[in-house]
Design a protein around this ligand. Structure first.
Ligand SMILES: NC(=O)c1ccc[n+]([C@@H]2O[C@H](COP(=O)([O-])OP(=O)(O)OC[C@H]3O[C@@H](n4cnc5c(N)ncnc54)[C@H](OP(=O)(O)O)[C@@H]3O)[C@@H](O)[C@H]2O)c1
Length: 277
């Protein structure tokens, strides 16, 4: 058999995973260990720096070292940097990864539209892809898509963002992304402008890229997002509720890793690399 007759073998995608020991990152790391086309090269966690990730997660197939910072971990060449840490370090991690020539998937919530504008410029400069996904779960991807369709026909809506009481960032990455995407359709109309609200205007929520957003943080909630469209004498609610495991995020995260090298610049939302039409 000549070389040209051999079946084409795809290169394994080498990944640096920041936040590999966290709730979401550890589920992703375990899934990577079970996949043959992706491999973890390095991981980031301050508390487990110096250890082997597989020892921390009790998964012997994960043989990569853990580093305290993204800068140190990126000394190992990788194809994709996956950001799953915390909002305060996420942007600098992403910019560092782009400087090192990696494509980037962002799962961390809390980055602002201004942060994304800066990241998008850096991605163009370094000719790399950045895929930012506020929520990797399929039902959220569909919520975003259905809401965009509804917004084409219905001028007014409001968004409710539910999460557990100890979630520090508000609104959630899911809701930020939803509001951002709807702003590309049109801003939600207000019958009474906010400045004409009588009483306590803050009770009308925050104006976020053209949507009124209300964040609720209470024990008993995991993560939910609801968008309510209102028209005279009719309403439409579209709602996502997540369960307690990180499993719904894993498939979407793996898909993002496999797709992020197919474009240059910033894309937001998993459906930007899916054919949902
Ligand atoms: N897009 C989605 O679908 C999705 C799904 C789930 C979660 N999220 C988001 O992903 C992020 C992580 O969530 P999580 O629940 O997994 O959090 P978590 O359990 O607290 O894990 C955070 C991880 O990041 C590491 N970390 C935190 N601060 C760091 C720093 N300054 N430098 C280096 N490593 C740091 C932690 O390790 P050390 O503390 O040891 O450093 C840990 O490994 C959050 O923003 C969350 O909202 C998004």
């Amino acid at each position: 058999m000549t070389d040209s007759q051999l079946p084409e073998r795809k290169a394994v995608i080498r990944i640096c995973l920041a936040g590999a020991t966290g709730w979401a990152g550890s589920a992703l790391a375990r899934a990577i260990a079970q996949s043959s086309d992706v491999a973890l090269i390095s991981a980031v966690s301050r508390t487990h720096a110096g250890q082997i990730l597989g020892d921390v997660l009790a998964e012997p197939r994960l043989t990569c070292p853990v580093y305290a910072t993204a800068e140190e971990a990126l000394a190992q060449p990788c194809d994709v940097f996956f950001e799953f840490t915390k909002p305060d370090v996420a942007k600098s991690n992403v910019l560092t990864a782009l400087q090192h020539g990696a494509h980037v998937v962002i799962g961390t919530s809390g980055l602002t539209d201004a942060d994304y504008a800066e990241i998008g410029e850096a991605a163009e400069k370094h000719q790399r892809g950045v895929l930012a996904v506020g929520n990797f779960a399929l039902t959220v991807v569909l919520l975003q898509k259905f809401a965009e369709i509804a917004a084409r026909f219905i001028p007014q809506w409001e968004i409710i963002d539910y999460a557990h009481d100890d979630k520090k960032d508000a609104p959630s990455g899911t809701v930020r992304e939803l509001a951002y995407r709807l702003s590309k359709v049109h801003p939600s109309e207000l019958t009474v402008p906010l400045e004409q609200t009588q009483g306590v205007p803050e009770t009308r929520g925050a104006r976020l890229t053209g949507s009124q957003v209300h964040s609720i943080r209470l024990p008993g909630y995991t993560i939910s997002a609801e968008i309510i469209f209102g028209m005279p004498d009719q309403k439409l609610s579209i709602r996502h509720d997540s369960g307690t495991s990180a499993q719904p995020y894993v498939d979407g995260a793996l898909l993002a890793i496999r797709k992020v090298n197919t474009f240059v610049g910033l894309r937001r939302g998993l459906d930007s690399v899916l054919d949902l039409d």
